[in-house]
Design a protein around this ligand. Sequence first.
Ligand SMILES: Cc1cc2nc3c(=O)[nH]c(=O)nc-3n(C[C@H](O)[C@H](O)[C@H](O)COP(=O)(O)O)c2cc1C
Length: 192
Amino acid sequence: MEKKQLGPCVTFFPQPTTLVSTVGADGSFDLMTASWAGILSKTPPTMGVSLNKGRRTYELIRETGCFVVNMVPASLAVEADFCGLKSGRDFDKVKETGLTLSPATHVAAPLIVECPLNIECRYTGELELGDYRVVLGEILEIHAAAKAFGEDGSMDTRQFDPLVYLGGIRQYWGLGEKVADAYRDGLSLVKG
Ligand SMILES: Cc1cc2nc3c(=O)[nH]c(=O)nc-3n(C[C@H](O)[C@H](O)[C@H](O)COP(=O)(O)O)c2cc1C
């Protein structure tokens, strides 16, 4: 495959589109779009979100020691983009987007009702990386849309319809079709 060199930049995809919800010591809420987010450890279950140290979201996480990572469905692309363009220092993003908040079970930061997956995190530390802070959060609870589960316990992933972000290209896409089963289909290359 012929390649074109892009240089040292941050073009990488797919990335998740998440909304990080936070609460300040004064009880005010903030929502921020983050695509540099992911699971970092299974034991203990840990989520990492890389935040520019100037974000209000980072300030609030340091104030109250918690945050919630909410998976954004494709239907909320415009609201998520807004939360990635404007700071909570200048806008009440909950009011402007019309999103609904509900209390979490273990942390003071709220869940976004319209998001099909909400991950409650307790701040456990951070990694300093230039202007960014890779914020680590122990996962205390995950709320997953009940409508995605069948009576036999199977999960219909289409119900989540996650919004995919293409970093470097600045586009949002849908998930697309399932192509294989993980931890199984690779076994077809095992010889003997
Ligand atoms: C698609 C998208 C992804 C983003 N991902 C991140 C991210 O992972 N980390 C970050 O620090 N900023 C990210 N941003 C920028 C912040 O969301 C933006 O600066 C926001 O206004 C910060 O809000 P706050 O000041 O209320 O925390 C992203 C923006 C967009 C549109």
